[in-house]
Design a protein around this ligand. Structure first.
Ligand code: PAF
Length: 309
């Protein structure tokens, strides 16, 4: 039976006997507006743990634009219905005052991983994410926590935070869930009107086009970026923030592709910002690289900013 708990003290009190009884706790941190991508996280948590906690908290610390925070969807009743259907044990719904009773002075920062991709365009965003996730880990003390691969940079940062700070839990990455046309599910998709929704498919299409080029032997990140750029010029409502090829672990830009590479992009459609990514191995199709002009890869080239934001 689902319990909705808004206070940190009450949640701890409810979880303590479970922990003492040796039951494993799985945490799915969310900001609500749950969709099929979240469902996949919750289902995985349900399979692997005795108790499942879903947190729903629209974290003000990670929003760099107040208007984005104000318009973030908050359909709590629908979210609770979803959690009931998936047999979640606890939904943690703290207020901002509960999570941040006073100014948050202790901040978690993973700077090298935060400066690329979205971090370059959203100052302070990943500090806000890492800080709230750390607080949630301290409050719930889960055995496992579940994060979607769609937010690849967030996932890399949280994995590194757990490793560097010796946090006693396992991060479980869960594959991106997509619409039939390839669009990655996101709470932000609901802001798109019909025309924008059609246009949004350009994002996975461009990622697939980049993947196809790598698999057919192209090794230059710059050539790939230049080849996909015109796809985003087709409509004035589209504004590409970045389309980058980076090392999946360090997130540093790659110029010559001779090992697995993360292709990540952020696209504005009107006032909605969508992100997506995929990982490609240059030998995925059994073909070695065509030529290798140098030995090291995760190098100097900055991520192509095809057009300024
Ligand atoms: O991915 C999200 O929904 C948020 O960034 C998270 C991890 C719940 C932290 O607020």
């Amino acid at each position: 039976m689902l319990e909705v708990v808004a206070s940190i003290a009450n949640l701890r009190e409810r979880l303590l006997p479970m922990r003492r009884a040796g039951k494993s706790i799985g945490l799915v941190p969310t900001m609500g507006a749950l969709h099929a991508g979240h469902r996949r996280l919750i289902e995985r948590a349900r399979q692997q743990n005795s108790a499942v906690v879903v947190s729903i908290f629209v974290n003000p610390l990670q929003f760099d634009r107040n208007e984005d925070l104000a318009r973030y969807p908050r359909p709590l009743d629908d979210d609770l219905t979803c959690c009931r259907e998936l047999h979640v044990d606890f939904v943690f719904t703290p207020s901002a005052a509960e999570m941040y009773p006073h100014e948050q002075l202790a901040i978690v920062d993973v700077p090298q991983l935060s400066e690329h991709l979205c971090g370059a365009h959203r100052p302070g965003h990943f500090r806000g994410v890492a800080t709230v996730v750390m607080k949630l880990f301290q409050i719930v003390q889960p055995e496992r926590a579940y994060f979607g691969e769609k937010d690849a940079q967030q996932l890399a940062i949280i994995q590194r935070m757990v490793e560097d700070l010796n946090l006693p839990l396992t991060i479980v990455p869960v594959a991106t869930v997509r619409e039939p046309d390839g669009l990655a599910l996101s709470s932000r998709n609901r802001h798109l009107n019909e025309e924008q929704r059609q246009l949004a498919a350009i994002l996975p299409t461009a990622l697939q086009a980049a993947r196809a080029r790598i698999q057919s032997g192209e090794r230059s990140a710059h050539v790939i970026q230049t080849a996909v750029a015109p796809l985003f010029d087709r409509h004035p409502g589209l504004r590409l923030e970045y389309f980058s090829l980076v090392d999946p672990q360090t997130l540093a830009p790659v110029s010559y592709i001779d090992r697995p590479v993360l292709i990540a992009a952020a696209l504005w459609i009107g006032s909605t910002r969508l992100i997506d990514n995929l990982t490609v191995s240059p030998i995925e199709n059994g073909q070695p690289p065509l030529s290798s002009p140098r030995t090291s890869t995760a190098t100097e080239a900055p991520p192509a900013k095809l057009r300024s934001p």
